[in-house]
Design a protein around this ligand. Sequence first.
Ligand code: S3P
Length: 448
Amino acid sequence: MTNPGERPVRSWILHAPDRIEGSIRVPGDKSISHRSAILGAMAHGPTEIQGFLRGEDCLATLRALRALGAEITESGEGCIHVLGRGPEALCEPDTILDAGNSGTTLRLLAGLLAGRPFLSVLAGDASLRGRPMRRVVDPLTAMGATLWGRAGGQYPPLAIRGGELRGIAWTTPVPSAQVKSAILLAGVQASGETHVTEPLLSRDHTERMLTAFGLLARRQGRTVSISGKGRMRGIPLVVPGDISSAAFFLVAVAARPGAEILIQDVGVNPTRTGSLEVLRRMGASITEEHVRAEAGEPVADLHVRGAQLHGTTIEAELIPRLIDEVPALAVAAALAEGETFISGGAELRVKEVDRLAALAGELSKLGIPVAAGQDSLCITGAHPLRGGVVQSRGDHRMAMALAIAALFAQEEVRVEDVACVDTSFPGFARLLAEVAPGCGIQEITDAN
Ligand code: S3P
């Protein structure tokens, strides 16, 4: 099991339900929650955040910001108040900043800390300590900060001595919102202009939120630019539901003819909605209703009706818009008629786990023919699936995708090591039991 000793080992046991239906809300968007707290701490004045995701990843960001001296209080379910006094008010932490499992916490805070004139150390769990950091170390070093990491700056922990920064024009080697955001958060504190160009457009929440906080982030094609030394103003904001969390319920319903669900208040930023496009292409009926905007982010209710899906091709250009939904989409592919081919997925090998290897290894245990290439996945639909024992490998999205697969299995499925789900979706099992009571989901703690 992944990270032995770091979490109690919990498993789910579940089986196919007779029906799935209802109207639900999923927890707040993880990316937007991180950014709202970080920008709130860098701004001047109060930022009130409703719907903040109280998952372990975002709580790690709050803890780190508090260790830097940010004033953050919580009132009621999910309402966070940040009283910002500008980045200059942040101070040297007297301990390491623990990002836990969260790449977003570590990389975005590296961008913020690159501009602060003190020493800080960012660390994480075993999974995070194996994830690539050169992609943020190089641009932040070029801007004038000093960074150290294991293996010549490749891996966490990262030690950062920040200081006076100058703006840069940087082209990222891979589409990555975490890298882009780290450079922009440093750019906000730098002299002059900062420009970031990506090979494909990644999620643009940072740009939208910087603009909502009063700094204009300008986009031209795949380049985003920001002027340094601007002053941000705190704002009230509402975090929409996370489409990456909604994706598990979308697939559970989309692949079951006759099923129907309404998922309310989901963020539908076009840089995140690749999974909706793919599921529609596969034959699902998904409509976006009551579309509105919250703090510069589009939000809608998603109405999904199930159908027999058919296989499709997910091309490389689409990957950044559905990067976190690949585990859920792989399950949709497993339930579809014919073959689904996913290409351009090299980044999936450096997520919480190597998701190409994990999907191929775990889905095949349920009788699904899956072949992983260097950056691709080929899945042959094999409905109905067989039962068995599968492993999350410590990855929250693997755990939830496998639970969705279990809803279509002929026999019981046991998904091992599910505590990791709390990183992005506390309450997932409860919500699943609500819309699919017949699945009998039970959580057990294994003796290890
Ligand atoms: C995120 C960006 C993505 C995504 C991650 C959250 C963010 O990572 O996979 O879950 O909030 O910026 P990359 O930017 O590394 O692709």
